[in-house]
Design a protein around this ligand. Sequence first.
Ligand code: NAD
Length: 458
Amino acid sequence: MIISIVGTGYVGLVTGACLASRGHVVRCVDVSPERVSLIRSGKAPFYEPGLERLLCEGLAAGRLSATIDLAAAMTGSELSLIAVGTPANGEEPDLSYLEAATIQIGAALRASDRYHVVAVKSTVVPGTTRTTVKSLIQASSGLAPGEFGLCMNPEFLREGSAVEDFLNPDRIVIGEADAKSGKAMEVLYESFDCAKLHVGLEEAELTKYASNSLLSALISFSNELAALCEATPGAYVETVLNALHLDHRLSPIREGARVVPEILTYLRAGIGFGGSCLPKDVNALRSYGRRKGVMTPLLDAVMATNTRRPEQVVRIMEGAMGGLSGRTVALLGLAFKAGTDDLRSSPALAVLPILKAHGASVRACDPFISRDAAAGLGLDHFCAGNLESTLENADAALLTTADPLFVKADWAQMAARMRSAVLIDGRNALRKVRLPASIRYYPIGQGASFLEAGSAAD
Ligand code: NAD
């Protein structure tokens, strides 16, 4: 198929490179000329394992191209995927990029005389595709319903493993306005060997929110349990969660071996969820519920627990050190998770102002973050991927991502560089690592008398 993809962010570019690798002719469109020229030179505008190799292969084979000219990209193409951002605007998704892209697509369709399918890949609340997208295409193209195809095809890839996730999906959800539109999506995904679910447009939109809400709920459940353990001397959340994981309904035994589903990685304590999707999507579903007159007390609590978590983690450090004023704290990790350079809604960035408000001087280390990206975050010092300099004369360190740079560090050497070797493990990623006796190690979710009632977090 010849297809155009509007938006070359994590979703659009990964989708484009992967579909080109499956033999489609893919024309990527973005409003940013810098992005387009980077892509044309075989460089990804963000870090994603395996992406640049696919980009270069697609460009060399002539199956992948990039342009800022949407009308030119759509000439002769059979299908357009909209993959522009729908960032948070308060608790609602900001639809301005989606609306602008849709109007441009409609205008390009006015000049075309062939049947074309428009599929929304961006995450949007139920009804957006059938109302906003459909009516904008009709108005800008002059076409009547049925003269163009309309689908909603949510994306489930995870940053850090986006190429792998896209090429090996669990399922492909095809929300279709009619069977003819859905048929085009079947052709697009013909080479993918997985369940393809043909559903209504609103069901497709809701499936994406349901998926991210479930993951967020599991994380908040684990973090609430961690906070309860922290206020209970003698209790450790890892022990409690490990016992929970052994429930056969969570990890069944098949042919004598325990199957450990990946979903259990979300039933782990941490410093809270972040990134460009989970907080934004849970909030969008809550505000959709309010508009529909449906209460969402569970989702409200998921967000409230998440918002509290950074403060609770700082309390551990404060308690362990007897105060943070005038102390130098090293944040190990700035991105929202290891293996990505995405800072959007990163929990490390939620911890940072709390540490500063307590009077600490904060420096950070993250091998994936550039100096340009770190500038303006409010750090006192940024050491990029240099862990040694980050820890030099630091009073305490807080591990915020489970990056191998931190997990595999020589902690005896690192401790020797610190003024006082206090290490708070915000991911419990070092719990199985043999640490030197010189380190005062505090995993999260471990009861301590300084966190008991009266002094306990919130
Ligand atoms: P992003 O912000 O990384 O990229 C969006 C791109 O769209 C940018 O390059 C921007 O320049 C471009 N753009 C904006 N308006 C445009 C227009 N009119 N024409 C052409 N290009 C335009 O976004 P993302 O992270 O890829 O997310 C895209 C959508 O997919 C969002 O709705 C998001 O919620 C959803 N999603 C994201 C992920 C993820 O892990 N990032 C996963 C699943 C779904």
